[in-house]
Design a protein. Structure first.
Length: 273
């Protein structure tokens, strides 16, 4: 089985509101997104398909066909539109990123020939995106930032082994990174709000439980969570998952960018379910 992807960009506007709710409740649940005048985004849609190699042509499917099928659908239904007012589905369903990616999955799937839809990932902005594969579940990912220092040093290795394995990262004083933390939750979009998670609550939880402890800290020296641990990014990802697990029931995975070149992720028991 081979997998290939094509990206489609579009711009649209939307508003998160429930007409039966008061202005105060809409504001409480949806925040700035409840503005009745709407707001907009430059969306990026990644379409990944899968299929068997066609020996005669050396391809699975022509990506130009993917662009045409998905591009035509997006251009006709979404691009340049106020979704709440101009799209019949989103007149009945709040156009959250989760609902949009679920709608697109159902709309694109029957139009493909010679391949199957494997995954859709829809970026609302660089720090928030949803993705969908087979089944009813949708994954919502929020990205955060913190700055911290650490020293890579294992108490189970000799000084020579630590120096050989970790090199300059074994500097006794430590070194630092601009970390980017991705917190992913998974579930079915709520039939009323269209959300997999309350973003405001998610932000508050991540900030209070993780970011306030990590940001501008030396992980080895300032945090009890890393006592006796070597705070590699693999370990940081796992510790972060464990810190958040009790607070976020539908936590799916933790992703961690240590640098622009080094990325790590941890699923834990909930992510495996």
């Amino acid at each position: 089985m081979l997998y290939l992807s094509r990206r489609i960009d579009f711009s649209a506007m939307h508003s998160y509101r429930i007409s039966e709710w008061s202005e105060e409740k809409n504001r409480e649940v949806f925040g700035l997104c409840s503005n009745p005048s709407g707001h907009g985004h430059d969306y990026k849609l990644e379409v990944m398909v899968k299929g068997e190699l066609v020996q005669r042509s050396g391809i699975v499917v022509n990506t130009v066909d993917i662009k045409r099928i998905v591009g035509d659908l997006v251009e006709e239904e979404l691009d340049g539109k106020f979704l709440n007012k101009e799209h019949s589905f989103f007149q009945e369903n709040i156009p959250t990123t989760e609902n949009i990616v679920a709608y697109l999955w159902d709309a694109i799937t029957p139009q493909l020939e010679g391949c199957e839809l494997h995954r859709l990932r829809l970026y609302e902005n660089p720090y928030l995106w949803s993705e969908k594969g087979e089944g009813q579940m949708v994954i919502l990912t929020r990205q955060y930032h913190f700055s911290a220092a650490h020293r890579l040093h294992s108490e189970k290795l000799s000084e020579e082994e630590n120096t050989q394995l970790f090199g300059k990262c074994n500097n006794p004083y430590g070194h630092g990174h601009n970390y980017y933390l991705e917190v992913s939750v998974k579930g079915e979009p709520d039939p009323v709000t269209g959300m997999v998670a309350d973003l405001a609550k998610l932000d508050q939880t991540v900030e209070s439980v993780v970011l306030n402890k990590y940001d501008h800290k030396h992980l080895n020296l300032d945090m009890d969570e890393f006592k006796g641990l070597n705070p590699t990014s693999e370990v940081v990802a796992k510790v972060t998952y464990d810190m958040l697990s009790d607070y976020i029931p539908n936590l799916y995975k933790i992703g961690l960018w240590e640098t622009e070149k080094n990325y790590f992720e941890y699923f834990g028991s909930k992510g495996d379910a």
